[in-house]
Design a protein around this ligand. Structure first.
Ligand SMILES: [Zn+2]
Length: 415
């Protein structure tokens, strides 16, 4: 049976909460409609009573939190579909559900930051548009992926809207956690939190088989290797390049035979992340530039051409700045994925050294992890795991990636 929440894997409690909120939102719209028919105009404001039951009511601002791959944006989109659903349930089939899930609903705006942060201008424009009356008669919905990447000024612009929300506007924010580093305390205090957990690998494998037609054994391997990250598991199962990148990362522990090898491994990891990032943005960069040049009518002459050319140069510069920011972000994301894979290898070694009864993340390097466990003991495995995790933290804190990765490789070699 089709269902807007079908792709939200292993999140029964969150789905239950969102379904009840969608039903409550539909009731709000019905009441508003009846009141409008019987008497004066009504703005459909969510009544205070709807806030009374924290488990069921509808509210204007939500935060979806959970580890990467838990399905924050999938959950936000599914909830948006349920709010726009003509049946108020998220049936997955009606035009409201369908267009929302396809990303074409006129009253649902999705913000995916391309650079390292979401800027204030983007946020102001968004808040302004979100205040307009929903064309479909239901809700104006703004989904902000990676709300933890809002700049402070953008956060303030959003806060104003969240504090005094237009009656039919709903903000759905996605962030790793509600820690003040991720989301400001004041915004947090205005939102209801939907916590998502890391889905079990078995549930992820089941989705890959059912929805993507991936062979069960490949699906199980990919789900375990990506630690329940649905998107990465799907890519790993279907994309040979993703597999090759993972294999190169998992070859690192074997390659660390001396100082020179450690620096070489650091270079290789950085360059692989750069290459992966470049491939991921090259196509869209070129398309954007071509579109802008066409729009600017490159090579015009005559009256006003000089002024127009000056304006055009500014716009091109602006585009280049945005593209550079996006490339940096793509590089960091690629590097982070590699570090997560590497951390899991040392985590496997640690659990083996401790004799813990848990399955290894990387079944294909389990033997190597076991050999490491025996020579390093638990303490040595833990130190190495910590070296990888500190590298992630350092890069997050804006340490130059090459410096952080070199320090990590040396620590992994020395142990
Ligand atoms: Zn529907």
């Amino acid at each position: 049976m089709p269902d807007a929440f079908a792709d939200l894997v292993g999140q029964d409690e969150a789905v239950d909460m969102l379904r009840r909120a969608a039903a409550s939102a539909a009731a709000v719209l019905r009441t508003a409609g009846e009141r409008a028919e019987s008497a004066t105009a009504d703005d459909g404001t969510v009544p205070a009573a709807a806030e009374g039951d924290p488990g069921a009511g509808m509210t204007h601002a939500w935060i979806f939190t959970g580890p990467p791959g838990s399905g924050r944006s999938v959950a936000a989109r599914a909830f948006a579909a349920a709010l726009q659903c003509v049946h108020g349930t998220g049936c997955g089939e009606c035009p409201g559900c369908h267009t929302t899930l396809a990303g074409t609903h006129a009253d649902v705006r999705l913000v995916v930051p391309e650079g390292l942060s979401i800027g204030v201008n983007e946020m102001r424009a968004l808040v302004l548009r979100a205040a307009s009356t929903p064309s479909g008669g239901r809700w104006q919905i703004v989904i902000i992926e990676d709300a933890d990447r809002l700049t402070e000024a953008a956060g303030n612009a959003l806060l104003k809207a969240v504090e005094e929300p237009p009656p039919r506007t709903v903000f759905l924010l996605c962030a790793p956690s509600t820690h003040p580093d991720d989301i400001s305390v004041t915004i947090r205090s205005r939102c209801r939190v939907v916590p998502l957990r890391q889905p079990p690998a078995a549930a992820v494998a089941e989705v890959l088989v059912r929805r993507d037609g991936i062979a069960p054994d490949v699906a199980r391997w990919a789900a375990a290797a990506t630690q329940g990250h649905v998107g990465r598991a799907r890519r790993l199962a279907g994309d040979p390049q993703a597999r090759a990148r993972r294999e190169a990362v998992l070859a690192v522990p074997r390659r660390l035979t001396g100082v020179g090898a450690a620096f070489a491994a650091a270079s290789a990891l950085i360059e692989a992340a750069e290459a992966e990032a470049e491939a991921s943005v090259a196509e869209i960069d070129a398309a954007e530039r071509a579109a802008l040049e066409t729009a600017l009518g490159a090579g015009g002459t005559g009256r006003g051409a000089a002024g127009a050319a000056r304006g055009a140069a500014g716009q091109l510069k602006d585009l280049e700045r945005r593209q550079k920011s996006r490339a940096t972000r793509a590089q960091r994301d690629a590097l982070d994925r590699a570090l997560v894979d590497l951390a899991a290898f040392y985590r496997d070694a640690l659990t083996m050294a401790l004799g813990a009864p848990v399955a290894p993340v990387h079944t294909d390097t389990a033997e190597l992890a076991d050999a490491g466990a025996r020579s390093w003991q638990a303490e040595g495995a833990l130190r190495r795991l910590e070296a990888v995790l500190s590298c992630r933290t350092a890069i997050e804190a804006n340490v130059k990636p090459r410096i952080a990765v070199e320090a990590m490789m040396l620590a992994l070699w020395k142990g």
